[in-house]
Design a protein around this ligand. Sequence first.
Ligand code: GLU
Length: 513
Amino acid sequence: MRVRTRFAPSPTGPLHMGNARTALFSYLFAKKERGDFVVRVEDTDKERSSPEWEKDVLENLELLGLNWDEGPSTTEDRGSFGPYRQSQRTEIYKEYLEKLLAEKKAYWCFCLEDELEAQRQDQTSRGETPRYSGRCRTLSAAEQEQNKKAGKSAIIRFIIEPKKVVFKDLIRGEISFDTSLSGDIVIAKDMETPLYNFTVVVDDELMRITHVIRGEDHISNTPKQLLMKEALGFKQEIKYAHLPLILGEDKTKLSKRHGDNSVTRFKKEGYLPEAIVNFLALLGWNPGDSREIFSLQGLVKEFSLDRVQKGNAIFNIQRLDWINGFYLRQKDKKVLARLTIPFLVEAGLLEANGNGEQKKFSLKIQKSYPYTVKETGEGISLEFLGSVVTLYQERLKKLSELAELADFFFKKELSYEKELLSWKGMTEQEVKESLGTTKELLSELKEGDWTKENLEEMLMEKAEAIGDRGKLLWPLRVALTGKKASAGPFEVAAVLGKEKTLSRIEEAILKLQ
Ligand code: GLU
């Protein structure tokens, strides 16, 4: 039988890393088995669901490359088992609700919320698990009619027969539940408003889902869903795999308390989609050896549920940084340069120059790249940006870091304290002389010879002659960058070019007068 998995997000918030991991594992399993990956939007909670959250979820799935074979899209649903939004399936659910009611497997319950609350409190105070007493289960047809006529509001409950439900979880092995501990569950607020445990069973059947792969927090729903499946006479065999919980570093369940865990946040900080996917895969799965770097295609080949651990997974941001750094180092310098642009724009260093070409990105555009340095209005080339990022490529952990590390390339004037120019107690006079010497030397170098190698050769010779290299190189580096720590002076000078280098040295000398 063709394997079909589904990812069933409720669009009540952004796609967060935990749900993205669930989507990824469902995707990987389906693709490994050459089956279908279905996305179904579970938007039955009308108050909390919104089209914006749905958009966020779908866009981020696309960003991560988790393309679904069937599911909703902003234009037209893909696949022949739709619609794929539960809000568009009300008529389908109605039919099955009617069937359950007619067969007396479900019933209308007229109990009021405060009566139920009192019951719950009573049970809890006696140390019992709170559950519905079943009071309305035995109402006669006449009593039901009477209640309805009296305008009493009602919900639909499904009868949970007390028995032992056993199922085999593909990750956790055999799991058994005693359903006598659960009261009859609410499956619809009315005929038009069915609820999760019911809709999921109907949809998994009608969408021919073969494997339900979801978070461990849904384990306790599984027996209820199995009973409902039986009651509805559904025959499709479904295998279950419940993924381990994801914990924060403090060993509590990953949640908002740990900060914003949305995929969008990580994207905005400059984590690459391939790094996020790689990181998520290792949250609960391992390849059985020490490899840590996997592309999505590589994961499809290697993935198996056998290698998903039962124990909780820890969300370790250092690991994500490490993986992201790895992918950043692999990038071609122009590709990387292109990727940093939104971050430099966000930091107020660059701006789109309005010639409308931003979207028509081509590596060939060089001199007329459609961005300019905000403070100076100078045009920049992709070549130039590429040289800047190359200086940091080795140590960059996320794209957003570049703006702070390399801002001096995009500033009109640098602001730093003149004391910073001094290396190990050099006096102002000594610093001035050092910068003067450098300026003189560098003025002699022709534009065409302005390379890192030539600069290094020239300056190192002088620096060695002075004895303490720092006396020449430190003031120069600070003059060019305004920073305590930065890339080295030769590299920076090479990228800045002769004119800017000399004018920055000049500015530093002026500070000292
Ligand atoms: N809509 C449910 C959720 O977001 C899906 C649970 C399931 O996969 O059955 O948690």
